[in-house]
Ligand binder design. Structure first.
Ligand code: XMP
Length: 519
């Protein structure tokens, strides 16, 4: 258990529960999300939160068997903040009343201060303009307050949109302060945590110190293997673990021959030379490219690479004597248990793409020092550990690498061309200062040759597609709106500088309906 001050978020299944955690982490408060059906009296006692937030959720408290918080929560004398369904749960459990139907509100709404209230306590700093813009998403609403509560703000369809019991430090709102569409939501959350006595002790420096101590405790004098992909997560995990246990860590970098230009060298140099981390560079490109010969079906490509990866990793890992642990860069969003209303808590923990199934197969225990972090916190930790900024800000790169950017059959010749074209595209993006505005950018080489004319001669070379998207999480994406000038200049550079390409297109498909990668 962390030694930081901690806040518990009880999840009732809202789509935006993770955002509550994000907002709090931004305020340097350590918090954990746990599904309502995994939080009982014993859990509360052990976790000993300094404050609790009850999330929204899709159920209706008016239905029999709908989710509740443990009743003991309200006797713990800790501040509680209920959001949407969380507000209704509080009212229901504390003696108020909630009714269903007829007064649904979805989207933007405006809250007016209740008579005699300009907003204070956790609502201090609001109503500057006389009303507060918020984002609503509710079907039920509170129709009678529980004893001790008073109304602070109302909306046309939610007479008890903001309520407070100052004496017990219980607060609740009908809307969602955690989403960006509630512009002053952050103020409410900040007021709440300050009032609950949080000092903001969740910093990357303290996390680093604590993580190092925990890794030492867990691993003792045993050996750890870490699969290094060259991506940010596994790299930060490796550097952190190395700081904790030094040469007891060995990294295995499987080079499948599908990496970008100079990527293998950069990874090897950085880890072996800069950080002095023992590293096995498993150059197995012949094996991978050999097995992929003649394969053009995307799924067969992925499966072939996935299986070989596991075989190769195992082969090298077996060379490391006495290894008992496997390090993984699992992040918090992969760990959060999703709420299930049809039974017990559903423990859906996604395994990491690249090493899925390995720990069981090899009988290794896991070291996952990033399990408590969100992606941007991993980047912050990387900076704290001194990893180069350019490296930390790198765009995501898929496990199967260039194989899925080379539709059709993969040949060494095509990979060579693709690497060069991709490097020119990224260079252009960096030169124009656009790299950090883009989620991911790359070139795909198309399985088609087209006719062109260069100088006095006819050419018959490959066509390529440029892909650049903006995205928050990779789940949805929009193509990046480059200027025509940029696109023209980039196409010219690629065709002039990369032998083998004579035509350049820009992919303007969003996701959905497209995917980011071409395969
Ligand atoms: P798609 O193409 O599905 O990609 O829109 C979404 C994000 O996931 C990355 N991606 C992968 N990452 N192993 C990975 O580690 C994979 O097999 C894989 N496939 C896609 C992709 O680059 C994008 O960021």
């Amino acid at each position: 258990m962390t030694q930081h001050q901690r806040l518990l978020i009880i999840d009732f299944g809202s789509q935006v529960t993770q955002l509550i955690a994000r907002r709090l982490r931004e305020l340097s408060v350590y918090c954990e999300i746990h599904p309502f059906n995994a939080v009982d009296d014993a859990f509360l006692k052990e976790f000993a939160p300094q404050a609790v937030i009850l999330s929204g959720g899709p159920a209706s408290v008016t239905e029999a068997g709908s989710p509740r918080a443990p009743q003991s929560l309200f006797d713990m004398q800790v501040p509680v903040f209920g959001i949407c369904y969380g507000q209704q749960v509080m009212m229901e459990q504390l003696g108020g009343r909630v009714e269903s139907g007829h007064h649904a509100e979805y989207g933007r709404a405006f809250i007016a201060p209740a008579e005699g209230h300009k907003g204070d306590g956790i609502f201090a700093g609001l109503f500057d303009t006389g009303r507060e813009e918020v984002w609503m998403s509710h079907g039920d609403r509170v129709t009678q307050l529980a004893p001790g509560f008073e109304v602070i703000g109302t909306s046309p369809n939610a007479p008890y949109a903001m309520i407070a019991d100052e004496a017990r430090k219980f607060f609740a709102v009908q809307f969602h302060p955690e989403v960006h569409h509630t512009p002053n939501g952050r103020i409410m959350l900040e007021n709440f945590i300050r009032m609950a006595g949080f000092t903001g002790d969740w910093t990357m420096a303290s996390y680093r110190e604590e993580a190092v101590r925990k890794i030492r405790e867990q691993v003792g004098d045993k050996q750890v293997i870490c699969g290094l992909s060259g991506g940010v997560d596994s790299s930060v995990a490796a550097v952190l673990i190395h700081e904790a246990i030094g040469d007891q860590l060995t990294c295995v970098f499987v080079d499948h021959g599908l990496l970008r230009l100079n990527e293998a060298d950069e990874v090897v140099t950085m880890f072996r030379d800069t950080y002095n981390i023992p590293l096995i560079h498993a150059d197995e490109s012949d094996l991978f490219l050999g097995e992929l010969e003649g394969v053009s079906d995307p799924e067969v490509k992925r499966k072939t690479i996935g299986k070989l990866f596991i075989d190769v990793f195992q082969k090298y890992a077996h060379q490391i004597e006495g290894a008992e642990f496997l390090a993984q860069g699992t992040l918090y969003p992969d760990v959060i248990e999703s709420v299930s209303f049809s039974g017990g808590p559903s423990v859906t923990i996604k395994s990491h793409h690249n090493v899925g199934g390995l720990p069981e197969k090899m009988g290794l225990k896991l070291v996952e020092p990033l399990r408590e972090l969100f992606k941007d916190e991993v980047r912050a930790l990387g900076r704290e550990l001194g990893l180069p900024t350019k490296f930390i800000g790198r765009h995501p790169f898929p496990g199967p690498g260039l194989a899925i950017r080379c539709p059709g059959e993969i040949t060494r010749e095509k990979l060579e061309i693709l690497r060069k074209a991709d490097a020119v595209f990224i260079d252009q993006i960096r030169k124009h200062g656009l790299y950090d505005d883009i989620w991911q950018a790359f070139v795909a080489i198309l399985p088609v040759r087209t006719v062109g004319v260069m100088g006095d001669g006819r050419t018959y070379d490959f066509a390529c597609a440029l892909r650049a998207v903006t995205s928050v999480d990779g789940m949805t994406a929009d193509y990046y709106p480059f200027s025509h000038e940029f696109l023209g200049e980039t196409a010219t550079r690629i065709i002039n500088e990369v032998k083998g390409i004579n035509r350049c297109t820009y992919d303007i498909t969003s996701k959905p309906p497209g995917t980011i990668e071409w395969e």
